[in-house]
Design a protein around this ligand. Structure first.
Ligand code: 13P
Ligand code: SF4
Length: 369
């Protein structure tokens, strides 16, 4: 990892901490219908006892999505998970997703207990952006405003000026560009490339990628589109540019849900984690959703369109965390105020947008970030 000078950075995600192989080996066994019911009832009781609420991502097991909603919690994209966790009065948050989601919740609510079913559930983007190398990269480009994706460690967030998720990256980068900022973007090169093409911003990229979305294949997608000529293609922007180019709608997990509802079609090809299919099918029972092709038929597929770290979350893990207090997310207290700054900026920017207030004034002129 020494090629800082050319603004490109080779990353490793098969690290010993929890490689994809280890993650797959730790995916919980499917409970029987009776076990599932018992676990759900047990979790319902524990949530009440512990004044806790569930916050689940769209990519986790359907049981964890449904139970979150049935018990007054949330299933959503990473942006709304952060906002909900911060604003909910529960004193314990049970975050089903990957580690950066639990860390973001803890940074925003240090006084709350944040539990995860498996603390080793990580993300290739987070693994591929270690703080020391990232910090050196920022030092080498002091004229650039540092914009990082939510899928990063607390330490990387603490080095950033702005945080973004896929649902607000376009608006935030556009606003920064309009104020004259040149951007250092990390870690997802595909999302960064998509934002650059859409905004024309001056961006320097870290070379990270999501192992799930990186595997979608344009050539195979085109042939599937020929088999389903009426189908609309929904793509998460963590996918390669050639796949994004074939999309009828590109966006975050929530944007994909909106597009499935609003686009005039009965068939959709979906290029994102297959965990999304649960919500897509539940909300659109009369529409058909087909998985976009990955490298799944070759030996190189690490995810086959399902994130191995998201798959580590299960009902038994939630019950165990609530019962024993294990799986507590800790963030180094000294990092919290600085890591919170870019998250707060993002949440203020997006809530202005939601209220129809132009958020431009929240973006400083160049030199003041
Ligand atoms: P969303 O922000 O679209 O939910 O995506 C986050 C992510 O990468 C989950 O893996
Ligand atoms: Fe990270 Fe990709 Fe998994 Fe999301 S789907 S947690 S971006 S590896």
């Amino acid at each position: 990892m020494t090629n800082l000078d050319i603004g490109r950075f080779e990353v490793e995600y098969e690290q010993p901490a929890c490689s994809t192989r280890h993650a797959w080996a730790r995916v919980p066994v499917e409970p029987s219908p009776q076990q599932r019911q018992e676990l759900k009832d047990h979790i319902r009781r524990l949530l009440k006892e512990k004044n806790a609420v569930m916050v689940s991502h769209y990519y986790v097991h359907p049981d964890l999505q449904d139970l979150a909603e049935e018990t007054g919690g949330l299933v959503s994209d990473s942006l709304e998970m952060a906002r909900f966790g911060r604003d909910h009065p529960a004193t314990t948050l049970v975050v089903s997703g990957v580690r950066f989601m639990g860390e973001t919740a803890k940074i925003l609510s240090p006084e709350k207990t944040v539990l995860m079913p498996d603390l080793d559930a990580t993300c290739s983007l987070d693994l591929g952006c270690p703080i020391d190398a990232f910090s050196a990269y920022c030092d080498a480009h002091p004229d650039r405003t540092v914009v990082v994706y939510a899928n990063t460690s607390a330490a990387v967030k603490a080095r950033a000026d702005w945080l973004v998720t896929s649902s607000c990256a376009l608006d935030i980068v556009q606003a920064l560009k309009d104020k004259g900022h040149k951007i250092l973007w990390a870690p997802d090169k595909h999302l960064g490339g998509y934002i650059q093409r859409a905004t024309g911003a001056d961006m320097l990229f870290w070379e990270g990628s999501c192992i799930v979305h990186d595997e979608f294949k344009a050539f195979e997608l085109e042939s599937l589109m020929r088999e389903h000529p009426g189908a609309k293609v929904l793509v998460h922007p963590e996918s390669p540019a050639e796949v994004v180019a074939l999309a009828h709608a590109v966006g975050s997990t929530s944007a994909i849900l909106r597009a499935a509802k609003e686009l005039d079609a009965t068939e959709f090809i979906v290029a994102t984690d297959k965990g999304m299919l649960h919500k897509l099918r539940t909300l659109n029972p009369d529409k058909r959703f087909i998985e976009a092709p990955t490298a799944g038929n070759s030996a190189t597929c690490k995810s086959c369109a399902h994130c191995p770290w998201m798959a580590m979350n299960g009902l038994a893990g939630v019950a165990h965390a609530l019962e024993s207090g294990s799986g507590q997310v800790h963030v180094e207290p000294g990092l919290i105020p600085r890591a919170r700054l870019p998250i707060d900026r993002m949440l203020a920017f997006t809530s202005s947008l939601k209220q129809g207030i132009a958020p431009g004034s929240l973006v400083p002129d160049i030199g003041a970030a």
